[in-house]
Design a binder for this molecule. Structure first.
Ligand SMILES: O=C(O)CCC(=O)C(=O)O
Ligand SMILES: [Fe+2]
Length: 335
């Protein structure tokens, strides 16, 4: 199957890689990255944890209901990403997991209440969270390089300095589970929409999929102006080699911040309803700037010449990343 999303190898951090990333982020807003430094084993372990958490009884999962701090479990139909289209909410379930950290005595603690069964996965989840943070910062370094940000303002590290793992931010790991299409769903298009059309809220999102699972993610391509299915890429090697290409997309805050130069593309998860199909698991890492980051125009000539858009619009109150996020979350959930 041909893919609307190009693959960029980021194993070499240099200007050439940075330009390739910028081109994809500006045109399609979605990019597959290879050479990320994560192994297939890292990713498989995260999916093992995900399957264990979703297979808990509904009654137990409901005890950890998602909070206004955006942590916890969101059950089937609870989230509605596109209320104009869906009256029922999205047929999917999700676990939002904040930082799990290693203590001096070697034990791990979660910043939120978690089921007992999750504890055996804490070390793996914590490692995975750190690797996601590292990958996000690598992407942000490359984007900083590509925008040729003024040296006195922070230069290549402008974005990296504003995504500090030790500061409060909206960054969150989210495990997702979409049930497949059953006999009862056949011929009913609204049942095929597993996650309504939306854009993401933060700076960049990393999406991990399982090679072999049903695909389902569709992007509204800014190039073809059509919905296009994004195939799931295969892993190139064994368990200890690079993982399957990671799907990365630019989200709203980074798009706003760069006056639309980097594109936040609309996407959804949809299964065709003309035949039954199996379930899909995915894991998203939503990277966000630190809450106190001012989303003021980026000091880069490439951004400044885009007058009147996003953070460049005159008369716009400059929001912090935390304020921007709060507005979006309050519009999506019924807590
Ligand atoms: O699960 C997927 O493939 C996409 C999920 C997504 O777009 C989201 O949760 O924001
Ligand atoms: Fe999304």
């Amino acid at each position: 199957m041909s893919s609307p999303v190009t693959i960029v190898n980021i194993s070499e951090i240099n200007q050439d890689t940075a330009e390739k990333l910028l081109k994809a982020a500006h045109t399609q807003g979605f990019i597959y990255l290879s050479g990320t430094g994560l192994t297939q084993l890292d990713v498989n372990k995260a999916f093992d944890a995900s399957r264990a958490l979703f297979s808990l009884p509904d009654e137990e999962k409901s005890r950890y209901k998602i909070t206004p701090a955006n942590r916890g479990y969101s059950k089937m139909f609870m989230e509605n990403l596109d209320p104009d289209v869906s009256k029922t909410g999205d047929p999917k379930e999700a676990w939002n997991i904040g930082a799990i950290t290693k203590q001096e005595d070697g034990s791990y603690t979660a910043e939120q209440d978690m089921p007992k069964a999750a504890e055996q996965y804490y070390a793996d989840i914590s490692t995975f969270q750190q690797k996601c943070y590292d990958l996000m910062r690598k992407i942000l370094l490359l984007l900083g390089m590509s925008l040729k940000i003024d040296k006195e303002a922070g230069g290549d590290n402008y974005f990296v300095e504003r995504h500090d793992p030790n500061k409060l931010s909206g960054s969150i790991l989210r495990m997702l589970h979409y049930p497949g299409i059953s006999e009862d769903d056949l011929g009913k298009p609204e049942r095929g929409i597993r996650a309504g059309a939306h854009t993401d809220y933060g700076s960049v999102t990393l999406l991990f999929q399982r090679p072999g699972d049903v695909p389902g993610l569709e992007i509204y391509s800014p190039i073809s102006k059509k919905w296009e299915l994004v195939p799931v890429e295969d892993a190139p090697g064994g368990l200890n080699d690079d993982c399957a290409p990671v799907l990365v997309n630019i989200a709203d805050q980074l798009s706003y911040w760069t006056a639309g130069l980097l594109r936040s593309t609309i996407h959804r998860v949809r299964f065709p309803v003309d035949k039954t199909c199996g379930e899909r698991y995915s894991i998203a890492f939503f990277g966000h700037p630190d809450h106190d980051t001012l989303l003021s125009p980026i000091p880069s000539e490439l951004v400044q010449k885009r007058e009147g858009r996003g953070a460049n619009a005159k008369g716009e109150k400059i929001l912090t990343a935390g304020e921007h996020l709060r507005k979006r979350l309050d519009a999506t959930y019924s807590y």
